[in-house]
Write a protein that binds this ligand. Sequence first.
Ligand code: MTE
Ligand code: MO
Length: 321
Amino acid sequence: MKKDYSSLKIDRSEITPKSLYLSRRDFMRGAVLAGGAAALVACLPKESSTGTTASSVTPTEPANTYKDELGDSANSFYQITHYNNYYEFTTNPQGVAGLVDKFPTSPWEVQVYGLVNKPKTFTVADMISLFKPEERVYRLRCVEGWSLVIPWIGFPLSKLLYAVEPTSAAKFVRFETITDTLDMPGQNDRSFPWPYQEGLRMDEAMHDLTILATGLYGGGLPTQDGGPIRLVVPWKYGFKSAKALVKIELVDSQPATMWNTIAPNEYGFYSNVNPNVDHPRWSQATERRIGETDRRPTLMFNGYENQVADLYKGMDLKVNF
Ligand SMILES: Nc1nc2c(c(=O)[nH]1)N[C@H]1C(S)=C(S)[C@@H](COP(=O)(O)O)O[C@H]1N2
Ligand SMILES: [Mo]
């Protein structure tokens, strides 16, 4: 928190690690399989469903080679692109995929500004060539109690922040999603305070696990998953991971976030995955991995405790939920 990030230089060798681009063909293979699985849509599990789940109808997919750090296999491309929370389109997770076709993801610019020495507007292509996205297989735990394992392609947000040189006054980062009421039907619902906004403390934003994702399953980032660029913070509830980013602002105080603005008693600023702190309306102790029937225990910090617990030393996580 007290670090002056402007004094840190980018070492070229550091920003060009073994970047991992899977071949376009592997991605297309995934897409073809996904097409073949189109009839499964009605079988995707709902919270209340007791019948068939996607796991029982996907045996034709090849053994999944993507595993996260805990050894969990990635969800299928189909599951990842057909069970989405994206309220700018619809509040129905199974309805997003059918509404995204006309949404233009190019050209696209992200403005990075605020308490920085070198504000800059980046195209997605700029960011990909400067910051070299690589593969990161992460668990995503929605506050509503479902989870997915997603093989993202992304780069640490810290690389982008170092490039704009935050001043010592920068304490938080504010993220803002695009406003596009023509192509995003849900944004016409004025009961939400659009645009979608999120925020991170500076040390959370600089953490190596925090990435900007520009793809998944070795290909581009599907619109329903936040294409062309979205935040991913794997130890926090999914809503922190804002999609379709257009603004990243370095600020000196804790920014307002959409969910905290709507229901401050239900969604705190930190939003760390924590099985010991229940949502006021439901338990957070377990979760249902999409495609599975039995619930799994939810892990502290979504299983990333070793990497991130230090960030919250001395904080009461029941107060700072
Ligand atoms: N702009 C925007 N970003 C968003 C959301 C949203 O409604 N709008 N939903 C969030 C929630 S609640 C979750 S769980 C994740 C879901 O990501 P996924 O659909 O890629 O799995 O996106 C998050 N990012
Ligand atoms: Mo969510």
